[in-house]
Design a protein around this ligand. Structure first.
Ligand SMILES: [Zn+2]
Length: 343
């Protein structure tokens, strides 16, 4: 079990390892957890364990384990949202992708012991794709395991969900993520601590952010933009809403991320107001949070949190992005003075 090496996922790993030992592994699993929590990493470890030729699967060093890590093992496929010719991501997992999987699943393993198909963002399967998969899940071929992953389990069709064993990945403890970043990856205690807090239990996110400065730089831009919006009048806010709406058309994920970061900042604001500072996530913005906390009432902070949650929900329900973002901007309290990041 120690070979799985997944931060904070001891329970699900123990469950899967026990099932493997007892020969009671099922043919379909649904791994559910927020984005970048390690769902695909766990699915790949399972695929390695099933195909490993080493002494202690998943050994990580044998030919099958290495080919699976490198994404070149013929029997292990990961599919998700494909990319269009124009470089934009498709919005659905298509029936053609599932048909290709069904076809491959009907054949015996090519080079290993077991075929493993990992379907990311299973909640985004088109109706046709879900129905096509359903047929295979109802009559599973031998030596095939399906792992579906999702961060929105309730949007996976019930017919598909009911044919999978559902496993919820845990939120990894902050201390474990921080220790891994510091001891195993060699980051400073300060950076490891901040990223562990910001990750909200998503170890994969912390590892990506630690390795790529762009992640924290984008967050800084987003938080600075929020601070600027709070300090500005309606002209600036309308213009910002318009720019963000255009951006949303190009990359929804970017705008969702921004709203989540604004939300996290405002939750911290409320925590500072309630004097629960130990729980603050954006610790590098503590002085800005304290300044803002003295200028905004608790009710105002709560109201901004409500508006941000609503905006995200409206956008997910395909409301006009421009309208949703304008309503958000108009509803923010008007402040004067300055708000700067600390340090
Ligand atoms: Zn191996």
């Amino acid at each position: 079990m120690s070979n799985w090496r997944l931060i904070g996922q001891d329970n699900v790993v123990a469950f899967l390892a026990r099932s493997l030992e007892r020969g009671s592994l099922c043919h379909a699993y649904l791994f559910s957890a927020p984005e970048h929590s390690g769902k695909t990493a766990l699915a790949l470890k399972l695929a390695q364990t099933l195909n490993c030729t080493g002494n202690e699967p998943p050994c990580g060093g044998c030919e099958p384990c290495r080919r699976i890590s490198a994404g070149i093992h013929a029997d292990v496929q990961v599919i998700g949202l494909a990319v269009n010719d124009d470089g934009k991501s498709k919005t659905e997992v298509t029936i053609e992708q599932i048909r290709a999987i069904n076809h491959a699943a009907s054949m015996p393993p090519y080079e290993g012991k077991c075929r493993v198909f990992i379907i990311e963002e299973a909640d985004r399967m088109s109706t046709g794709a879900a129905n096509a998969l359903l047929k295979t899940l109802e009559e599973p071929p031998p030596n095939v395991v399906f792992v579906l992953t999702t961060s929105r389990e309730n949007l996976v069709p019930e017919t598909v969900r009911s044919r999978c064993v559902k496993l919820k990945l845990a939120s990894a403890p902050r201390t474990e993520i921080s220790r891994y970043l510091e001891k195993d990856l060699g980051f400073s205690a300060e950076r490891a601590g901040l990223l562990a807090r910001l990750s909200q239990g998503r170890a994969g996110w912390a590892i990506i952010a630690a390795a790529d400065d762009v992640v924290l730089a984008e967050r800084k831009d987003n938080l600075d933009r929020f601070a600027e919006a709070l300090e500005s009048g309606f002209d600036f806010r309308f213009e910002l809403a318009s720019r963000l709406a255009t951006r949303f058309g190009k990359s929804r994920a970017e705008i969702y991320r921004m709203l989540d970061q604004w939300l996290s900042f405002c939750r911290d604001l409320l925590l500072v107001k309630l004097d629960i500072k130990d729980e603050v996530v954006n610790t590098d913005y503590m002085s800005a949070l304290e300044t803002l906390s003295s200028r905004l009432g608790t009710a105002e902070a709560r109201s901004i949190i409500g508006s941000l949650s609503n905006t995200r929900q409206y956008l997910e329900q395909n409301a006009s992005p421009r309208l949703a973002l304008e309503v958000l901007m108009l509803g923010l309290p008007l402040l004067g003075g300055s708000l700067k990041k600390s340090g």
